[in-house]
Ligand binder design. Structure first.
Ligand SMILES: *[C@@H]1O[C@H](CO)[C@@H](O)[C@H](O)[C@H]1NC(C)=O
Ligand SMILES: *[C@@H]1O[C@H](CO)[C@@H](O)[C@H](O)[C@H]1NC(C)=O
Ligand SMILES: *[C@@H]1O[C@H](CO)[C@@H](O)[C@H](O)[C@H]1NC(C)=O
Ligand SMILES: *[C@@H]1O[C@H](CO)[C@@H](O)[C@H](O)[C@H]1NC(C)=O
Length: 442
C-alpha cells in the first residue's frame, strides 16, 4: 500500500511538473508580487470621508471555500488556470471576519444574520427585523420587539434606497431591510396562520408597501403580490406560478397607485426593464419571476436581466439623489444552490455577484461611496484532494479514495451528495461522536 501511494505521489509530481509556468519557477516572480502588495498597502491613504453612498453586496451562503472555488472558476471561464485569478472582491483594501452564530442557534440562517448586519442586533433563527425577545412563528412576541434597518436609517436621512436580489424580494435577506416578522416564511397573507393574523401580524409583501418608502425594488416574487389564482404574465398555464394572496389585494396595482404622483415603473421582463430610463424614473419595481429568479447559468437573457444589469439600473436611479443612497445587492441563490448540493450553480452565481461588484465600483466614486462585500454564513462545502494546478474546479481529484473510486474536488458535508453507505447514511445513533476516535469507525 505504501509503495503504491509513493508511486502515485511520484506520478502526481511528474504530471504537475508539466503544468507549472516558467515565470513561476523564478523566485523573483513571487518576490516582486509580494513587494507590490506590500507597497500598495503602505501607499494607501486612509479615506476618512463620511460616506454619502453605501453599496452593500451580500453573498448569501458565500463562505470562504465558496469564495476560493469561485475565484478558480472565474479564471477558468477566461481560459486561465484559475487559482491566481484576482476577483473584484480580492481588490478591497480592508478585510474582516465576523462570528455568525444566532442568539438561539450555533449556526445561523439568513434571517437571523440579516437582522444582525442590517439592524445591528443579533436575534433568533427564522425571525426578521425583530430582536431576540421575539420567538420564531409567535406573532404575540413580535410587537414591541421590532428593530429597524440601515435601509430605513438611510431613508430617514434623506437618501434614496434600494434592494436588488436574485431571490424573491420577500426572501429573508432583502425582507429584513424593510419588514418585521416573527417568521421569515410569511411571504404573503396566505402564509400567515390565522392566529397570527388575529394577533395583528401582517405578511412580508404588504410590509414592502407599508413600511419604508423604497425607491428601487428588484428581484422575483410577484406571485405573493397578486390575488389567489391570478395568472402569471410569463407562465399563464403554470398553476404553481399563480397569485397566492387570499385577501384579494393586488399589491402591484396598489404600489402603482401609491406612487402615481411620481414617475414609477413596474416591469416584469427584460424588454420593459431595458426601456426604463434611470434619468427620468423615481421609483422602480421589477419582479422577473413568480418566485426566485433563475440561476445565472440557466437565465434566459431575452426575458430576464443579469445581476450586473439590475445593479447598474438601481445605482443609476438612486444616484440622482444629491444626498446619496443605500443599496443592498444580494447574490441570494449561492445559498440555494448549496442547499441542493449544486456546486456548479453556486459558483456561477458567485462569479456573477463578483461581476456586479465590479459594475458597482465602476459607477461610483470611492471618495464618497462605502462599498462592502459580505457573506451571512457559510455552507458545509469543502475543497479537497490534490487536484493539479489548473484542473477544472468542478472536476475530480487525480487520486482515488480507499475504495479505489474517484471523488470530486468539491464536496458537501451534508445534503445531497454527502456520504451514503449501503444506500443509507451511517447509523450514528449509538455512536458518541464527541469521543476521540483512533481509527475511522464512522
Ligand atoms: C476559451 O476557450 C474556448 C475553447 O477554445 C473558447 O471557445 C472561448 O471563447 C475561450 N474563452 C475566453 C474568455 O477566451
Ligand atoms: C398600508 O398602506 C395602505 C395604503 O397607504 C393603507 O390603505 C393600509 O391601511 C396600510 N396597511 C397597514 C396594515 O398599515
Ligand atoms: C453493508 O451491508 C453489508 C451486507 O449487509 C454489511 O456486511 C456491511 O457491514 C454494511 N456496511 C455498512 C457500512 O453498514
Ligand atoms: C462522549 O464522550 C465524551 C468524551 O470522551 C464524554 O465526555 C461524554 O460524556 C460522552 N458522552 C456520552 C453520552 O457518553
Amino acid at each position: 500500500m505504501e509503495v503504491k501511494r509513493a508511486a502515485i505521489s511520484a506520478l502526481l509530481v511528474l504530471v504537475a511538473f508539466g503544468i507549472v509556468s516558467l515565470e513561476e519557477e523564478n523566485p523573483e516572480f513571487w518576490r516582486s508580487q509580494a513587494r507590490q502588495t506590500l507597497q500598495s498597502a503602505l501607499d494607501r491613504k486612509l479615506n476618512t470621508n463620511v460616506a454619502k453612498n453605501i453599496l452593500f453586496f451580500l453573498g448569501d451562503g458565500m463562505g470562504i471555500t465558496t469564495y476560493t472555488a469561485a475565484r478558480i472558476l472565474k479564471g477558468q471561464l477566461q481560459n486561465q488556470t484559475g487559482e491566481e485569478t484576482v476577483m473584484t472582491m480580492d481588490t478591497f483594501p480592508h478585510v474582516g471576519l465576523a462570528k455568525t452564530y444566532s442568539v438561539d442557534f450555533q449556526i445561523a440562517d439568513s434571517a437571523a444574520t440579516a437582522t444582525a448586519y442590517l439592524c445591528g442586533v443579533k436575534t433568533n433563527l427564522n425571525v426578521i427585523g425583530v430582536n431576540a425577545a421575539a420567538r420564531n412563528g409567535i406573532c404575540k412576541t413580535q410587537k414591541g420587539n421590532e428593530v429597524t434597518s440601515i435601509l430605513k436609517w438611510a431613508k430617514d436621512a434623506g437618501k434614496s434606497v434600494g434592494i436588488v436580489t436574485t431571490t424573491r424580494v420577500q426572501h429573508a435577506t432583502p425582507a429584513t431591510s424593510y419588514a418585521h416578522s416573527a417568521s421569515r416564511k410569511w411571504y404573503s397573507d396566505a402564509d400567515v396562520p390565522a392566529g397570527a393574523k388575529k394577533d395583528g401580524c401582517t405578511d412580508i409583501s404588504s410590509q414592502l408597501l407599508n413600511n419604508t418608502d423604497i425607491d428601487v425594488i428588484i428581484g422575483g416574487g410577484r406571485k405573493y403580490m397578486t390575488p389567489q389564482y391570478t395568472k402569471d404574465p410569463e407562465y399563464p398555464a403554470d398553476f404553481s406560478s399563480r397569485g397566492k394572496r387570499r385577501d384579494g389585494r393586488n399589491l402591484i396595482e396598489e404600489w402603482k397607485n401609491m406612487k402615481r404622483e411620481k414617475v414609477a415603473r413596474y416591469v416584469w421582463n427584460k424588454n420593459d426593464f431595458d426601456a426604463v430610463d434611470p434619468e427620468t424614473t423615481d421609483y422602480l419595481m421589477a419582479l422577473f419571476e413568480p418566485g426566485d429568479l433563475r440561476y445565472e447559468a440557466e437565465r434566459d437573457p431575452r426575458m430576464d436581466p443579469s445581476i450586473i444589469e439590475t445593479t447598474e439600473k438601481a445605482i443609476r436611479i438612486l444616484q440622482k439623489n444629491p444626498k446619496g443612497f443605500f443599496l443592498l445587492v444580494e447574490g441570494g441563490r449561492i445559498d440555494q444552490a448549496h442547499h441542493d448540493g449544486r456546486a456548479y450553480m453556486a459558483l456561477h452565481e458567485t462569479v456573477a455577484l463578483d461581476n456586479a461588484i465590479a459594475k458597482g465600483l465602476e459607477l461610483t466614486k470611492e471618495q464618497e461611496t462605502l462599498t462592502i462585500v459580505m457573506a451571512d454564513h457559510s455552507h458545509p462545502f469543502t475543497l479537497n484532494g490534490f487536484p493539479f494546478r489548473g484542473q477544472s474546479i468542478l472536476g475530480k481529484s487525480p487520486l482515488w479514495g480507499s475504495d479505489f473510486l474517484p471523488y470530486t474536488t468539491l464536496m458537501y458535508g451534508n445534503g445531497p451528495g454527502h456520504k451514503i453507505r449501503n444506500g443509507t447514511r451511517p447509523d450514528i445513533r449509538n455512536v458518541n461522536t464527541s469521543k476521540c476516535f483512533p481509527h475511522r469507525t464512522l
